[in-house]
Structure formats: structure tokens, C-alpha cells
Design a protein around this ligand. Structure first.
Ligand SMILES: NC(=O)C1=CN([C@@H]2O[C@H](COP(=O)(O)OP(=O)(O)OC[C@H]3O[C@@H](n4cnc5c(N)ncnc54)[C@H](OP(=O)(O)O)[C@@H]3O)[C@@H](O)[C@H]2O)C=CC1
Ligand SMILES: O=C1O[C@H](COP(=O)(O)O)[C@@H](O)[C@H](O)[C@H]1O
Length: 471
């Protein structure tokens, strides 16, 4: 796959020693290199706070690559990629230090893709620094990580600051869930199968569960995570994005503008949680120590750099409603937490039962039909149906069975690309269809702010759960 081969571009990564860079960006760049999707002439300028030699940085990155991927690293590919990595330490609070970056860019007309893999409170300084060295010209694109701000108000403040230096078309608001193959497939599944198209409403659907369960804890990211919590880290962005894709009406035309229009309608119809409904519609929790894969793991309050009085939630469950004709009365459960027994992201659609159980004599309790969409780690689509067990004397013995479509098996793929591979290519190719719109971010914050405010006002209970909890 040769993409963008005859254009020149460089990457800048701010936060080059952070978890995102090590866990996701570097493996994505490695795979892009492996698939021949990168040029030979680009630099990947890695910017961090600590003073490290380039050699040491590359060694560290190699170790972390091995640690974070479950396939064998091809040393030739790594060498090719690592030649492009240039580490420099820059104090982003000192604008003059950005000159160090300028010195590494040999052609100012190149396309420059600048990745802000850092907390959003320092976006402004990065923008100022980039503009100081004239790296905000029309060929510069910036990728900004979520969550931006920690409320609607702070989002607007930060975004206005970014807008002083960059035009909207230069800004890519990333939500990496939009680059996951199964998330993209949701559009196809929903809008090209009459089987689902006509029953996608409150006449046939009882409830929808969006579960994003993580096995990892906060992985040394106390300083970032404790100020944010699981609701802002995961629900404000990833889970609400999944909800909008599951609930939106088919767009008139399948393009970015029309998809966003329909997603925005859903966000506008989300019922606000208020002082009366907060308790019965939300639960928050924090992990304590426990056992995962036969190993003892510390509780949230025992993590590195922790503040033992923290009330930050690492688990949240929200029952949401969409007030429109299609979804009135259907609960959408948004569940996400860290340090659970397994990593699993799934969407489960529970259909209503038939009005009459004709086979009461044989099966007392008719289970709901279920459509289970496994987003990760094992991409698959499952449908549970009731079936007769074959037998010679035609006895009606009924059983719930599972029709399973396993993505990797069906398409004979050993590896399905990661979302960051897909999204980095989208930025290289200047396509915005898989990125979030500013309006979507604002509406998501509006809804989340409300929940967080009422938690404070109500002094909502924070449940403790053992690491390794199975849900
Ligand atoms: N980790 C993940 O899997 C994902 C993370 N994200 C998002 O990515 C962003 C970064 O998260 P993550 O990498 O996990 O967090 P980390 O805490 O691991 O990394 C944050 C990075 O920001 C740098 N940084 C923090 N404060 C400053 C500062 N004042 N000046 C300069 N650099 C600073 C840190 O530098 P230093 O190394 O020197 O401390 C570090 O490199 C967050 O917005 C998160 O939501 C999004 C998707 C997935
Ligand atoms: O955005 C984030 O996502 C990761 C989980 O991403 P996944 O693709 O591995 O499901 C989460 O661990 C991190 O805290 C958050 O910032």
C-alpha cells in the first residue's frame, strides 16, 4: 500500500515519553512502516521534557514497543523507522526553546503533522511555540487528543486559544474509537442490512448496553488521570461517540457532513440527568487492590504518586435516554471501568420478546434475542436466537444458540490494523470523516458536566471494587 509517496511531510509528537506515544502511536508508526505507508524522507520529531540522547530514546522506545505489542518485531523495519526518530527536549513554557524544533525541519513548505499527545492544559503553549517558529502555516495540521478541557467551559477556552493560531480545517480532533474497524463496520451493519434497518427502534429494541472494560489500571498516569476520572477520560468521548453511531438515523448521503449532522441530533436529544435522576441513573466506583492474571495488583489509592484521599472514579455506569420518537423509553447503558478482569469493548442490543410465548410448555422463559458486537479485542458479531434441538421423535426441546461471525476467521486476517494506524493515514491524506466535530465535543461536555456537577452536589457515593472484578 503506497500512500502519499510523493509528498514530503514530517511528524512532531509532543508527549513523546508518555503512555499514548508508547502504547499506541509508536506501534501504529511501526505498522505503517511495515506496510510501506510512510515515506523514506520524513522525520518523526519526538518532543519531551527530560534530557535524553537520541540513542537512549530510541533504545527506550524499542523496549516499550516490545512490551506493548503481541507480535514479533522485525528488526529491519524497526531500524528503518528508528532512523526517522529524532528526540529533543523542549521546555514548552519557554517559547524560545521551540527554535530547537525549527532547526530540525529542513523544508518549511512540507506538510507538518503535529500530534498533541499531552494533557490539554498545555495545548496553548504548544500552539504559541509553534506559531513563534512559523509552524502554523497552511500546510501544518494538528492532531489534538481528548479530553479537551475538563468541562464545556474549559473546552471553549482551550479551543479558542487553539483557534488563535490554527484554522478549523487544520485541526483534527481525534477520538481513536472512530478508527476501530468494528466501529466503522457499525455504519455498514446498520445501514446496509434491511434485517436491522427496520427494527432499529423502540418497537423492537428493549435496551442497549455499551461496555468498555479495561484490564489496565492508570499505568503511572496519576497526574493526568486523577484530575480527569473515567467519565471524562472515556464517556465524554469514546462511549458517547459509540452511542451516537448506534442511535443515529441513516444520513441522506454517506459523507462526513451528513453523518455529523445526524450524530449531533442524537447528542441534542440526550435526556439531561438532573438532581432527581442522578442517583438512580448513575453509579461510580474506584478500584482497590486485587488479583489479575494470578498477580496481586495495587488499588487506585496505592498507585505511584497517588493522593490517598482521592475520590476520582475509575468505573462509571450511566443509564441514558434519548428523547426522540425512535428511542423514547429505551435505556442506553454506558459502562466503563479500569482494572477489570478482561479487556473487552462491546455493544449489546437486547431485542424485545415476542408478545406471546407459544412454546411455554417447552420453555418457560423465552430469552431476548441479542445482537452482540465485539469491538475488541476479538472482533466479532454474534446473534443469539432460540432454536430447536434436532431429535428423531420431534420433541420440542428449545435452546438458545449463538450465530457467530468471527472477523479474523472469516476474512482470514491474522492482524486487524489498529485505529491509530488508520487515523494517522487519514490525517496524512487530509480526510476528516473519522474525526470529531467541535459541536459534538461541546454537546458531549454539556451532558457530562451536568452529571459531574450533580455528583458533587449530591455527594454521590463512590463504591469500591476489587481489581479483577468480572462483569
Ligand atoms: N494512554 C492512552 O492509551 C491514551 C491516551 N489518550 C490521551 O492522550 C493524552 C496523553 O495521555 P497519556 O500519554 O496517556 O498520559 P501520560 O501522563 O502518560 O503522558 C502525558 C505526556 O504529556 C507530557 N506532559 C505533561 N505535562 C506536561 C507539561 N506541563 N509540559 C510538557 N509536557 C507535559 C508528559 O511528559 P513527561 O513524559 O515528561 O512527563 C507525557 O509525555 C491524554 O489526553 C489522554 O486522554 C488518548 C487515547 C489513549
Ligand atoms: O482514551 C483512552 O483510551 C484508552 C483505552 O483505549 P483502547 O483502545 O485500548 O480501548 C484508555 O486506557 C485511556 O485511559 C484513555 O485515555
Amino acid at each position: 500500500m503506497k500512500i502519499f509517496k510523493n509528498k514530503f511531510y514530517d511528524f512532531l509528537i509532543f508527549g513523546a515519553n508518555g503512555d499514548l506515544t508508547k502504547r499506541k502511536l509508536l506501534p501504529a508508526l511501526y505498522n505503517l512502516e511495515k506496510n510501506n505507508c510512510l515515506n523514506n524522507n520524513e522525520n518523526i520529531i519526538c518532543i519531551g521534557r527530560i534530557n535524553l540522547s537520541n540513542k537512549k530514546y530510541i533504545n527506550n522506545m524499542y523496549k516499550s514497543l516490545i512490551n506493548f505489542v503481541d507480535y514479533k518485531i522485525d528488526i529491519k523495519i524497526w531500524k528503518k523507522l528508528s532512523k526517522k526518530l529524532l528526540f529533543i527536549n523542549v521546555n514548552i513554557n519557554n517559547i524560545k526553546e521551540f527554535i530547537k524544533i525549527k532547526k530540525l525541519i529542513n523544508n518549511y513548505d512540507k506538510i507538518i503533522i503535529s500530534y498533541f499527545a499531552v494533557p490539554s492544559n498545555i495545548f496553548e503553549n504548544i500552539c504559541k511555540g509553534l506559531s513563534y517558529i512559523n509552524l502554523n502555516h497552511k500546510n501544518v495540521r494538528i492532531i489534538v487528543e481528548k479530553p479537551i478541557g475538563n468541562s464545556l467551559n474549559t473546552f471553549k477556552i482551550i479551543n479558542n486559544k487553539i483557534n488563535k493560531f490554527f484554522k478549523e480545517k487544520q485541526i483534527f480532533y481525534i477520538d481513536h474509537y472512530l478508527g476501530k474497524e468494528m466501529v466503522l463496520n457499525l455504519f455498514i451493519l446498520r445501514f446496509s442490512n434491511i434485517l436491522f434497518l427496520n427494527i432499529w427502534n423502540n418497537n423492537f429494541i428493549e435496551s442497549i448496553h455499551i461496555n468498555v472494560y479495561e484490564k489496565i489500571g492508570i499505568e503511572g498516569r496519576w497526574n493526568y488521570f486523577d484530575k480527569i476520572g473515567q467519565t471524562r477520560d472515556m464517556v465524554q468521548n469514546h462511549l458517547l461517540q459509540l452511542l451516537t453511531i448506534i442511535a443515529m438515523k441513516p444520513p441522506n448521503i454517506f459523507n462526513s457532513k451528513n453523518i455529523k449532522k445526524e450524530k449531533i441530533k442524537i447528542l441534542k436529544s440526550l435526556r439531561k440527568i438532573n438532581i432527581y435522576s442522578i442517583k438512580k441513573n448513575t453509579i461510580k466506583g474506584q478500584y482497590i487492590n486485587g488479583i489479575i492474571e494470578n498477580k496481586k495488583v495495587p488499588g487506585y489509592l496505592e498507585e505511584l504518586d497517588s493522593n490517598v484521599n482521592s475520590k476520582t472514579e475509575t468505573f462509571v455506569s450511566i443509564r441514558a435516554y434519548i428523547d426522540n420518537f425512535q428511542w423514547m423509553g429505551v435505556p442506553f447503558y454506558l459502562n466503563t471501568g479500569k482494572r477489570l478482569i478482561n479487556k473487552k469493548s462491546e455493544i449489546i442490543i437486547y431485542f424485545k420478546k415476542p408478545a406471546v410465548n407459544l412454546f411455554k410448555k417447552y420453555i418457560n422463559y423465552l430469552p431476548n434475542n441479542k445482537l452482540i458486537i465485539n469491538l475488541q479485542p476479538k472482533e466479532s458479531i454474534n446473534i443469539n436466537i432460540i432454536n430447536k434441538i434436532p431429535n428423531l421423535n420431534h420433541k420440542l426441546i428449545l435452546k438458545e444458540i449463538n450465530l457467530k461471525f468471527d472477523y479474523k476467521k472469516i476474512f482470514n486476517y491474522k492482524y486487524i490494523y489498529d485505529s491509530y494506524e488508520c487515523l494517522l493515514l487519514e490525517v496524512i491524506n487530509n480526510r476528516k470523516y473519522l474525526f470529531v466535530d467541535k459541536k459534538e465535543i461541546e454537546l458531549s461536555w454539556l451532558w457530562i458536566d451536568n452529571i459531574i456537577n450533580f455528583w458533587k452536589i449530591n455527594n454521590q457515593k463512590l463504591y469500591k471494587y476489587h481489581s479483577g472484578l468480572s462483569l
